[in-house]
Design a protein around this ligand. Sequence first.
Ligand code: HEM
Ligand SMILES: *[C@@H]1O[C@H](CO)[C@@H](O)[C@H](O)[C@H]1NC(C)=O
Ligand SMILES: *[C@@H]1O[C@H](CO)[C@@H](O)[C@H](O)[C@H]1NC(C)=O
Ligand SMILES: *[C@@H]1O[C@H](CO)[C@@H](O)[C@H](O)[C@H]1NC(C)=O
Length: 335
Amino acid sequence: MAMAAALPALLVLCIAFPLTQSAAPPPVLREDYYSKTCPDFQKIVRETVNTKQMANPVTASGTLRLFFHDCMVTGCDASLLINSNHVNKAERDAEPNQSLSGDAYEVITKAKTTLELTCPGVVSCADIMAEATRDLVSMVGGPFYPVKLGRLDGLVSKADSVYENLPRTNQTVDELIEYFGSKGFTVEEMVALSGAHTIGFSHCKEFTGRLFNYNKTTPTDPDMHPKLAEGLKKTCANFEKDTSMSAFNDMITPGKFDNMYYQNLKRGLGLLASDNALVKDPRTRPIVELFARDQEAFFKAFSKVMEKTGLFGVKTGKDGEVRRRCDALNNAISA
Ligand code: HEM
Ligand SMILES: *[C@@H]1O[C@H](CO)[C@@H](O)[C@H](O)[C@H]1NC(C)=O
Ligand SMILES: *[C@@H]1O[C@H](CO)[C@@H](O)[C@H](O)[C@H]1NC(C)=O
Ligand SMILES: *[C@@H]1O[C@H](CO)[C@@H](O)[C@H](O)[C@H]1NC(C)=O
């Protein structure tokens, strides 16, 4: 009897110990955070992104990438929207600044402008980014998942912190697992998040290593489907001069959020080396195969991991503010 009672107590101790080690408890966000202070929040964001996405269909992918890059560098706090000034080089001007989409910046600014007219000083840019991303993902065919609100906008944006906090196409699966693990994501969550590459595009320089100089003896990555390699070599023939040339991440259904990304990987149609790596490695391949045959499983996993991503490094209290405009701190002097 005593043994049986002691066992759960011991388990509780083991679980409780690491929790007491971490600093502050995670801030409590709520879906209805603006229900009293800005009841039209959801409607305004939805209408803004609908209009923008219909006018410019690359908005969805651009915004999804912007959101990921914002969250991974000092948390989901809209620090990526801050403009540099004479005393500070901000995240968005990191070298290279990841060719982030102008349309994505614009749609957030547009929503903020309307919200400031409707409920001034209430809605954070960080919440707009989380909500707009979800709306755009579901608008192009992806899952609709709950977005909790109440993030504040960050007070710090440094170009220097970008490089080390983002994944790179030339990383091995070991390195990718370590990177995502350092942000609190499991291997399955990493594979689900990578499904974001079912929409959008990449510039040639991100994958020409696989086309022209794979290694000393073999110029083209043998994993890449020969027809795809042939097409991409034409598209990217002049990529050093014409740096705007790019290709769809998912060339079969480029604008649709679906599980085609995973089906592509199995056929040698993955674009980036880091995409292809996921179908080669025995730790990630079974997850790729699951998502390739079961879109519902992918959507479920993607929804969950996007909710989790949206809570990463969220600012509350004196660590943040509700910015008046998304591209500048309220007290611009402290930049
Ligand atoms: C696994 C590690 C990842 C690597 C190495 C990576 C790398 C890249 C690169 C190099 C591009 C092309 C950018 C350009 O040339 O314009 C890109 C595009 C994109 N990435 Fe990732 N990415 C990763 C994970 C993610 C995640 C987790 C998300 C979101 C949840 C994401 C969302 C996107 C989107 C939506 C695009 C298309 C952007 C557009 O069309 O404007 N990526 N990624
Ligand atoms: C990226 O940075 C360059 C300068 O480094 C700047 O001219 C350009 O406007 C930036 N792009 C975005 C989308 O902020
Ligand atoms: C990976 O790419 C980065 C640029 O994105 C480069 O600085 C780095 O040297 C590359 N690493 C390897 C091992 O090729
Ligand atoms: C280049 O890659 C090919 C195909 O993967 C491989 O057979 C060959 O051994 C590699 N050569 C070198 C020098 O690494």
